[in-house]
Design a protein around this ligand. Structure first.
Ligand SMILES: Cc1cc2nc3c(=O)[nH]c(=O)nc-3n(C[C@H](O)[C@H](O)[C@H](O)COP(=O)(O)OP(=O)(O)OC[C@H]3O[C@@H](n4cnc5c(N)ncnc54)[C@H](O)[C@@H]3O)c2cc1C
Length: 448
């Protein structure tokens, strides 16, 4: 029996622990500085918005850990010694390990802005961030305005949170259009409009220069590179995240932006592994980024590593890319690869359809020559993950996808009308004559 010590009780560390317990009798200890128990980070916003209590973000009852013999230690790991195989906590305690797993997640980026450490300035990542936001932005009387810096998924979540309490929000976005390094132009434009319609003061193509303090050291205004000074009491820094690995600088473990790992999630140190947001692949897998700060990547890495640690060496092989998020009330899903104008390759062609009134649109990417379907983004329509996964594996063409689009619809009755429109637009643009069909579910998933 070996002692597996996991630093970090986020989705990657906890998935690993649960699966190790299913597969073996090894001793498992999880150390975390943030909270006593695992919670769903993606649900933090709903606590502030009053949709749920913090306790409801914890997927497991408190007795779960003892019953499953997963020891929990609350503490901050300051040092890792890979020679004597111990981790040292901030309180001086030393914990020995046979196998160490680093699952320490991310921290919000700070780019050295003057005033970035003032009171009232914070990111949105941890439970402590949530508690602090509740303190500094409880209502619009105390927080007269918030300025959010950085237009990604967390920025828009923070804007939605603050707007739910009617706090005026100014949103500084460096790009000329929202998230246009990731989203194709049509989608990015749709989200710009949606943000403005939600009474968020969106300032595109605008950078933060500095945050000004009042005499008590609290944020009182920001200055932008457009020369504007915007009075505010809260500044949200949401310009991306970076792996949370500063405490490893003296460990001798090979670090890049994250902890460098191979496909088996091994670091440069013997019996030390890294998973989740903090892991950086030596070589990117396919079109994927070497670091993927997304929920399901942490979960898949935890599952793969549990196999390896329990005697079944398993590579991290993530399959087709997918993700989902929400832009205010518009749901977004992505399957396969749909690159933005900035990042797309020459061979990639896009088909874009947008509803004339509602915030609903689809972009499909395909290969110009072979018509191979590469991926789809949907806004305001929910699609079936398993169907797109299958079509990507089967290397279907865009025309096949058009023909059977109805099969991919999550709620065919409700969305029936859109497919006809989507396919009609494709036919018009391409001079094709595709009519939408529907296979039965039995046929889709039978081998025949
Ligand atoms: C507001 C928000 C919304 C998000 N929404 C989505 C979404 O919709 N979809 C999606 O795919 N992803 C989303 N993400 C990203 C997703 O939550 C992360 O990718 C995921 O939680 C990372 O899990 P992890 O286990 O790698 O690390 P984490 O969840 O960050 O857990 C790491 C833990 O380790 C602790 N730790 C760090 N260093 C030490 C140390 N030295 N000693 C002790 N403990 C330490 C940390 O305090 C933390 O508790 C969101 C993230 C945020 C912040």
């Amino acid at each position: 029996m070996q002692h597996i010590v996991i630093i970090g009780n986020g989705v990657s560390g906890v998935t690993l622990a649960r699966h190790v317990r299913k597969l073996s009798d090894n001793k498992v200890t999880i150390i975390s500085a943030e909270t006593d128990y695992f919670f769903s980070r993606t649900a933090l916003m709903y606590v502030y918005m009053g949709h749920m209590k913090f306790e409801h973000t914890q997927p497991y009852e408190n007795w779960f850990w003892e019953k499953n013999r997963i020891d929990l230690v609350k503490g901050y790991v300051e040092k890792v010694d890979t020679l004597v195989k111990t981790v040292q906590l901030a309180n001086g305690e030393e914990i020995p390990y046979d196998t160490l797993v680093i699952a320490t997640g991310s921290k919000p980026n700070k780019f050295g802005w003057p005033g970035q450490d003032l009171e009232g300035v914070q990111g949105l990542y941890s439970k402590q961030d949530l508690d602090n936001l509740e303190k500094i932005a409880p209502n619009k009387e105390i927080c007269k305005r918030a300025v959010i810096v950085g237009g990604g998924l967390i920025g828009i979540e923070m804007a939605e949170m603050l707007r739910s309490r009617k706090i005026p929000v100014t949103f500084l976005v460096r790009e000329k259009s929202f998230w246009n390094g990731v989203l194709p132009a049509g989608e990015s434009a749709l989200i710009n409009e949606h943000i403005l319609e939600h009474h968020i003061d969106l300032r595109l193509d605008t950078n933060l220069v500095e945050i000004i303090a009042d005499k008590n050291g609290n944020a009182t205004a920001v200055v932008t590179d457009k020369g504007d000074t915007i009075e505010c009491t809260v500044v949200g820094l949401t310009a991306g995240v970076t792996p949370n690995i500063d405490f490893l600088k003296t460990s001798g473990i090979l670090l890049g932006r994250g902890v460098k790992v191979n496909r088996h999630l091994e670091t440069s140190a013997k019996n030390v592994y890294a998973i989740g947001d903090c892991a950086e692949q030596h070589e990117a897998i396919g079109n994927r980024r070497p670091i993927e700060a997304v929920w399901y990547t942490g979960r898949m890495m935890g599952e793969a590593l549990a196999q390896t640690l329990c005697g079944n060496p398993t590579e991290y092989a993530p399959g087709h890319w997918f993700n989902s998020a929400k832009f205010l009330d518009v749901e977004y899903q992505t399957y396969g690869w749909v690159f933005s104008e900035r990042t797309k390759k020459d061979c990639e062609q896009h088909f874009h359809w947008r509803h004339h009134k509602e915030k609903i649109c689809i972009t499909m990417a395909y290969d110009k020559k072979s018509k191979l379907f590469l991926g789809i983004n949907t806004f305001g329509i929910r699609m079936r993950h398993e169907i797109f996964d299958r079509w990507l594996t089967e290397k279907r063409t865009i025309e096949y996808v058009m023909e059977y689009l109805k099969d991919a619809n999550f709620d065919p009755e409700f969305y029936k009308q859109y497919e006809e429109e989507v396919v009609a637009k494709y036919n018009l643009e391409q001079g094709t004559n595709i009519s939408t069909k529907k296979k039965s579910w039995k046929r889709i998933f039978s081998k025949a």
